[in-house]
Design a protein around this ligand. Structure first.
Ligand code: 3PG
Ligand code: MG
Length: 394
């Protein structure tokens, strides 16, 4: 694992093509979360201050190779400029004459945003022609889009082979934090994997059992495991057809000495809505559904977090978007945050839902590292090589 960083070159006078991920959420026509924008500012600032022309390449939404005006990056430009505290100009195309003209008009230190790379089908196809058209615009390539590094696209992979390639500040920080969590971690390691469906996280569970000492399974996924062990789950969300797979994972964990941690008590309700009447049980009644882990489970988790030195977290433990079924997720998040603050735990989390849950619990700021990535974080946890990262390696 070796890649060049922004400290590896004097960027003065260079035109730096910088891949960022500013695929940000909008509400009522305004950017509603600045996390991804703020995360790429250090790279933009460092290159600008070094005297490079900073040319930003990015995707927005999934226009599938068509020009979709509603997915123009022009909509993100004002927010980017405001957060950066500096003008950001815009090119109406990411390749060709509009892009070239806009770059010619730049002074060293200026920042330009190119139009959505996914307006061309060649982007997602990683078409060599598309990569060459992008590479023709600059002298060097900087990838700061860890959260898009699971995509082998022209702007994330192809171009890295055509120009001297560097990891941006965010990319470098993500890779360092993730390596500290799973690459070369302080043991014991506890992984918390939650969310609705086992089917979407099978590879993840399979990979983790051989890498961590404790694997905590929460949310709807836990129901599938409980059912596979013969526990009643009533009307809970549960993938009964995955019972054999769940048992295989439990057996594999047993063989390699990974402890799989499932809820020992359950918060159940008869309706799937916020503040539905609920009770704590150890056996789910036939007419009820499991919406959260109970207090005894939370206490058991706290003990495991105390014992662990590294925590890696993806997915909520219950129906965290509805009160009070966010209780287990919140309590566990706060315990992790306190242990981290006390210097006893390295805690890393990623994934859109997970970060939202940790923010709601008021715990995110105290985690060691919160990844900006969703899909890329998961694929990395699955042990997969990310093409965008691989292409940066010397
Ligand atoms: C994301 O928002 O997850 C990244 O920007 C990648 O987007 P994609 O899932 O559309 O490839
Ligand atoms: Mg995604």
């Amino acid at each position: 694992m070796g890649w060049k960083t922004l400290d590896s070159l004097n960027f003065a006078g260079k035109t730096a093509l910088v891949r960022v991920d500013i695929n940000v959420p909008f509400e009522n026509g305004e950017v509603s979360d600045f996390t991804r924008i703020d995360a790429v500012l250090p790279t933009i600032r460092d290159l600008s201050e070094a005297g490079a022309k900073v040319v930003l390449m990015a995707h927005f939404g999934r226009p599938k190779g068509q020009v979709v005006p509603e997915m123009s990056l022009e909509a993100v430009r004002p927010a980017l400029s405001a957060r950066l505290g500096k003008p950001v100009s815009f090119a109406s195309d990411c390749i060709g004459k509009p892009a070239k003209d806009a770059i010619l008009a730049m002074q060293p230190g200026d920042v330009l945003l190119l139009e959505n790379t996914r307006f061309y089908a060649g982007e997602e196809k990683n078409d060599p022609m598309m990569a060459a058209s992008l590479a023709a615009l600059g002298d060097v390539y900087v990838n700061d889009a860890f959260s898009a590094a699971h995509r082998a696209h022209a702007s994330t992979e192809g171009i890295a082979k055509l120009l001297p390639a560097f990891a941006g500040r965010l990319m470098a920080a993500e890779l360092k934090a993730l390596d500290a969590a799973l690459g070369n971690p302080q043991r014991p390691v506890v992984a918390v994997v939650g969310g609705a469906k086992v089917s979407t996280k099978l590879e993840l569970l399979g990979n983790l059992v051989s890498k961590v000492e404790y694997l905590v399974i929460g949310g709807g996924m836990a129901n599938t495991f409980l059912a596979a062990q013969g526990h009643p789950v009533g009307k809970s969300l549960c993938e009964h057809d995955l019972a054999d797979t769940a048992r295989e994972i439990l057996e594999k964990a047993d063989v390699v000495g990974c402890r799989i941690v499932l809820p020992v008590d359950l918060v159940v309700a008869r309706e799937f809505r916020a503040n539905a009447p609920h009770e704590v049980v150890t056996v789910c009644p036939d007419d009820a559904m499991i919406l959260d882990a109970g207090p005894a489970s939370v206490a058991a988790l706290a003990d495991i977090f105390e014992d662990a030195h590294t925590l890696i977290w993806n997915g909520p433990l219950g129906a965290f978007e509805m009160e009070p079924f966010d209780a287990a997720t919140n309590a566990a998040a706060r315990t992790a945050a306190e242990l981290t603050k006390a210097g006893k735990l390295v805690s890393v989390a990623g994934g859109g839902d997970t970060v939202a849950a940790l923010n709601r619990a008021g715990a995110a700021d105290d985690f060691t590292y919160i990844s900006t990535a969703g899909g890329a974080f998961l694929e990395w946890m699955e042990g997969k090589e990310l093409p965008g990262v691989k292409a940066l390696e010397d």
